[in-house]
Structure formats: structure tokens, C-alpha cells
Design a protein around this ligand. Sequence first.
Ligand SMILES: [Zn+2]
Length: 101
Amino acid sequence: MESGKERDDQSYRLKSTICPVCKKSVDAATSLHGKGIPQKGNFTVCIYCSSILRFTEKMGLVAATADDVMMLAEKQPKGLMMMMKLQELVRQFVVEKAKKN
Ligand SMILES: [Zn+2]
């Protein structure tokens, strides 16, 4: 059997991109569907600042607009719920990390 293109873990390594919100380098993305490569127009959550971001045509990142979020709420409510959960996790992680320092 040929080794598949899909990976076992859920994150996909990206060419390093800067988060437009916190300016940190983001080099991995986690698919909402648990597998697969992020594509232009897909949404992601910044692991550093928990902002909802969207992949551009050239796979850069821009902050999602209110319209984007409205569209998600309408067309992919489950995806939006997952991202909001992820945002919560990122925020908790940031708070925990701050406590240790
Ligand atoms: Zn960020």
C-alpha cells in the first residue's frame, strides 16, 4: 500500500506565515475536519492570540471579518462552534502560560 498523503495527526505544517493580528509566526494549521490540507478561503484560529483568520489566495492569513463570521454561522455553524471552542482553549492556554512566568 502506498503511503498516503493524509497524516495521522491533525495539524498540517505550513510555510511560515505571520498572524495579521498578533504578528507572530504561524507555521501549522489544524483542519476543522480533522484531516486535510488548508486551502484558500479556509478559516483557522491563531494559536497565539485566538483570532479567527482566513487563508488568502496566496495562502497568507488575514483576520476574518464580521461578514466572514456571519457567513460561517450560516453555512458552517459546526465549524464556527469548533473554532470558538478552540479560541477558548487558546485563551486558557495563554492564561496558564502567563501564570507560570
Ligand atoms: Zn495571532
